[in-house]
Design a protein around this ligand. Structure first.
Ligand SMILES: [Zn+2]
Length: 673
């Protein structure tokens, strides 16, 4: 899988990142880190005070979620899930055994509560014939017992975890065959484990159907490929896989514990797409009404209703947390208005005939009244953020103003399911701004400011130099003004990344912000920033093999566009070439054109006049991308036939930059040792 694998190998960066891809490398890097890391510090008085206020202001006495999260419990997860070769532990829920009892001073009590709820794990009976495996990933696997077999909804992010989920289920239920797999949406934690559930031969033979929402494959590949390298690096900040789990480290991911790391990422192409807004299918005696909800939590997504069981599966459109309209790892923003409207439709259509609401993250909700109340709050949560952000936008507010001004109405602010453990009101409001107005706030002073390092140097100089800024920063730290200290120390560090004192003080401020954060994602980001300020960027291991399932699914023009986004413009300056490509096994052809330092391709066409032409199979290209062979070796072996000038290809490849495995974030460059 998406191991370090994705780093730049043959130029294809982390194709399927979403979260899961993101998680791996970090954990691996951590596990193998032999350097002693600077230790996190304790909570400061201001942080303790804030936590005391949280305890006073939220309804901690309401323990209904604890009942629901444990209801129907059958058996816990196995202690460790190993990688296919048995060499590595890819998941161990026991790493979170510390998440118990009252909140430590270093964790926001509201997040601590959520982290406890997300730690309940194992096989659960939702009702007769519907089971869930929770805690084996951040997402759930749902199993529906059909007349002769089982229907599996979502397959976690790694084949090993998915297999462990199936094994756990079969230990407690009759071993009936899988008759269908349903992917609710193309995020990797919902399909990456599919080969742990079914073999590709069973699918090819028609024994197992794979259902998915329309345009599933486009989005599985498109959403995260082009900027995959950056998303991968940034996702380490969002999920914190490189942070050791602990009271001063990672405690949760917000809408689940975390994602397994370093397992086998797989993909089987769906055999049956849901294309209509509502579509009913009968699968092995079970009627399922699918509702397409594209452009909500994912660009392709669907919810499921089971009339026979009076069960509604909201996929990932409702959660026991505010979700992300913008993901901190970097992503296109989501449409809150549309998302809310789908929830409203579900409430209208199914609200009065649903006894249990399940989802593909976290625990179910039982009882018509509670379900209606839950759906209304989820619906209004996204509508409120949308409408109120737009209201302020139209009054001229800029993103930071909006984030600071907006306050949730009491009815949503005191409801556990709408609090921000994954998304936050602050960053989601900015997502609304981004959706409608983009990055520019219309203030021309912000149109072309100096770049970060120059800006920081001038700022620190005008403020009287680094020593003066640090001295005042220490006062503000004592006063608990961590946001300001983090921001101003960032200026000093960007002016001089070797300034140890600034790095330390900046790290201390970020750390307190992490301890204070209610959102798991913010906590992870802050603590990761603190760790990297103190210890520098840990180099990632070198790239390994890419996931075959992913590579072979990437459309041919996208493979060449992944080269195009690595083209070094200085090396390409003044160069021009035309290369013809024929792929005999898939009957594809394509022209690759370099001029004006831009690499373009035209699928389905060959140029009449080309500098060189290459005839090969797509399988050969895939094995080159998988690093099983090289262009040179494949030509030597006769797997690539070359016409014209064979040297042209080497010339082009030499113009492609390698992608950095771990670029700096909290400092302009890695610190000097
Ligand atoms: Zn998910």
């Amino acid at each position: 899988m998406l191991d370090r694998a994705y780093y730049g190998a043959a130029g294809v960066a982390c194709p399927l990142l979403t979260m899961s891809c993101g998680l791996l490398a970090g954990a691996i890097l951590l596990a193998s880190a032999s350097v002693a890391l600077a230790q996190p510090k304790d909570a400061e008085p201001a942080t303790r005070q804030l936590h005391a206020e949280v305890l006073r202001s939220l309804p901690f006495g309401d323990r209904a979620d604890f009942d629901d999260a444990q209801r129907g419990f059958i058996a816990p997860l196995p202690a460790d899930i190993k990688s296919a070769d048995g060499q590595r532990t890819i998941w161990s829920i026991n790493r979170y055994a510390f998440v118990t009892g009252s909140a430590p001073a270093t964790v926001n009590p509201s997040l601590w509560r959520q982290a406890q709820l997300n730690t309940f794990n194992g096989l659960f009976r939702v009702l007769d014939r519907i089971y869930q495996i929770r805690g084996l990933d951040d997402s759930n696997m749902t199993i529906v017992e059909s007349d002769t077999g089982v229907i599996v909804i979502d397959t976690l992010s790694a084949a090993e975890s998915a297999k462990a989920a199936m094994d756990l289920y079969y230990q407690h239920r009759p071993r009936k065959p899988v008759v269908a797999v349903i992917y609710t949406h193309p995020h990797a934690d919902h399909f990456g484990g599919v080969k742990g559930v079914v073999g590709v031969d069973e699918v090819r033979a028609g024994r197992v159907k794979i259902l998915a929402p329309d345009r599933f494959m486009d989005h599985a590949l498109a959403e995260n490929v082009m900027a995959g390298n950056a998303m991968f690096r940034r996702s380490l900040y969002q999920f914190g896989p490189a942070l050791p789990p602990g009271e001063r480290g990672q405690v949760d991911a917000g809408h689940g514990k975390n994602i397994s790391r370093g397992g086998t990422f797989t993909l089987i192409v769906p055999t049956d797409l849901i294309r209509e807004r509502y579509e009913v299918r009968t699968i092995d005696g079970i009627d399922i009404e699918f509702h397409l909800v594209p452009g909500s939590e994912a660009p392709a997504e669907m919810t499921l209703y089971f009339p026979r069981f009076r069960v509604l599966d909201m996929a990932e459109d409702t959660n026991h947390t505010m979700h992300n309209l913008y993901a901190l790892r970097g992503a296109e923003v989501r449409d809150a208005r549309l998302w809310s409207s789908y929830i409203n439709e579900s409430l209208d259509r199914y609200g009065d005939r649903t006894d249990v609401l399940i989802a593909q993250h976290q625990w179910p909700t039982w009882g018509a009244d509670k379900i209606a109340a839950f759906l209304k709050k989820q619906r209004d949560l996204y509508k409120f953020i949308h409408d109120q952000s737009v209201r302020l936008i139209n009054r001229g507010y800029t993103p930071n103003d909006i984030a600071e001004t907006l306050k949730m109405p009491m009815s949503l602010a005191t409801d556990w399911s709408t609090r921000g453990y994954y998304g936050t009101l602050s960053h989601n409001a900015k997502a609304i701004y981004q959706k409608y107005l983009g990055w520019y706030d219309a203030n021309p002073a912000n149109l072309s400011p100096l770049p970060p390092v120059e800006h920081a140097r001038k700022t620190v100089e005008y403020m009287g130099g680094a020593a003066a800024v640090i001295a005042r920063g220490r006062e503000d730290f004592k006063a608990g003004n961590y946001r300001w200290v983090a921001s101003v120390m960032n200026q000093v560090v960007f002016a001089d990344p070797a300034n140890r004192q600034a790095r330390e003080l900046g790290a201390d401020a970020l750390e307190q912000l992490g301890y204070q954060a209610e959102a798991a994602t913010w906590r992870n980001a802050y603590l990761m920033g603190a760790m990297e300020l103190r210890n520098g960027v840990t180099p990632l291991p070198s790239a390994g093999a890419l996931s075959f399932d992913v590579i072979k699914s990437i459309p041919i023009e996208m493979i060449f566009d992944l080269w195009a986004v690595r083209l070094n413009p200085e090396k390409a300056e003044g160069k021009a070439m035309v290369l013809n490509w024929r792929f005999t096994d898939v009957g594809e052809q394509l022209t690759l054109n370099l001029e004006n330092s831009a690499l373009t391709n035209l699928r389905g066409k060959l140029a009449a006049k080309a500098d060189a032409g290459f005839t090969l199979t797509r399988a050969t290209l895939d094995s080159i991308l998988l690093r099983q062979t090289t262009f040179a070796n494949a030509i030597k072996a006769g797997d690539i036939k070359v016409e014209g000038e064979p040297g042209k290809l080497g010339e082009l490849v030499a113009m492609l930059d390698d992608l950095p495995a771990a670029f700096p974030i909290v400092a302009p460059e890695p610190p000097r040792p």
